[in-house]
Design a binder for this molecule. Structure first.
Ligand code: GUN
Length: 289
């Protein structure tokens, strides 16, 4: 068997077209959605991610503001920038790219972002609302994965979803979103004993552990849906996921590639969250230009 490859670029593009239309409708009402991206320091990977987010937001007609700050910035100064963006009615989404330099308390920065502009879905208020099933901004990667599963016709209800990785950004919220859609959820992580015993039971296997080709085909149940959140370099410097794609695709019924699977969906959901924020602001008459 050779599994179907889930095309995150195509599905992401479909959703971005819908977003673009809704941005145009908003703009006719005098409201252009605005996304502010804060980049601290010179980390090359962070810069690449931020550039992608900016380009994608402009491509759907949004305003994009990049705030580049030095590695040595103090916490106080960074918080002042966040506060200015909180007050700016032309900005509907604020994203502070992580990780931040060590003198900065990351949690304090996340807490300082207005929850109504927290399009990353990292603020404790949004995380708490998500867990109890209230409307909230959802963390973009797990939200994007749910959309990938939905758009590929996967019925999540009653399935056993096994999540490998327990980060605040991906693993933990991923389990909650699947639980809300009536999956049975198992969390695995670096301390799990006999990992294969769990991964072999997965109808839906989501891998977000941050190690190149960590999960191989022999650890996957025949016919499983495999979602690979990893973004690593292999021994030849080539981009690869946390799943060994070559062996996994022989066992899975469907699998996401790296690149071109989850990555484009993450950015798409960031745009969706920003659009929702601007639509709400417009309805409430506070969409400044
Ligand atoms: N660093 C890695 N992933 C992310 C993300 O989704 N959002 C932010 N703000 N920083 C990140």
């Amino acid at each position: 068997m050779s599994g179907k490859i889930i095309d995150g670029v195509a599905i992401g593009q479909e959703i971005r077209e819908e977003i673009k239309e809704r941005v145009a409708t908003l703009q006719e009402k005098g409201c252009q959605p605005g996304l502010a991206v804060v980049l601290v320091g010179n980390d090359q990977a962070s810069r690449t991610y931020v550039t992608n987010k900016q380009k994608s937001s402009v491509a759907v007609g949004m305003k994009s503001e990049l705030i580049e700050l030095p590695e040595t910035i103090s916490q106080e100064e960074l918080l002042a920038h966040v506060e200015r963006l909180n007050q700016d009615d032309s900005i509907h989404g604020i994203l502070v790219q992580l990780p931040l330099p060590k003198q900065i308390d990351e949690n304090a920065v996340i807490r300082a972002i207005d929850p109504a502009k927290d399009v990353d879905g990292f603020h404790p208020e949004n995380v708490g609302k998500m867990i109890i099933g209230q409307r909230a901004f959802l963390s973009c990667t797990p939200y994007g994965i749910v959309k990938l599963l939905e758009r590929t016709g996967t019925d999540i209800s009653g399935k056993h979803a096994v999540i490998v990785g327990r980060s605040n950004i991906v693993g933990k919220p991923m389990g909650q979103l699947l639980l809300q859609r009536d999956a049975t959820v198992t969390y695995c992580h670096s301390r799990t004993k006999d990992l294969t015993a769990f991964t072999k039971q997965a109808d839906i296997l989501i891998v977000a552990i941050g190690q190149a080709k960590f999960i191989t085909g022999d650890q996957i149940k025949e016919g499983a849906i495999v979602i690979d959140v990893g973004m690593n370099r292999d021994e030849n410097g080539k981009l690869c996921g946390d799943v060994d794609f070559a062996s996994a695709k022989e066992v899975a019924s469907a699998i996401t590639p790296v690149p071109g699977g989850v990555g484009p969906m993450t950015i798409t959901m960031l745009l969706k969250n920003t659009l929702h924020s601007a639509e709400k602001a417009s309805k409430e008459g506070r969409c400044g230009q």
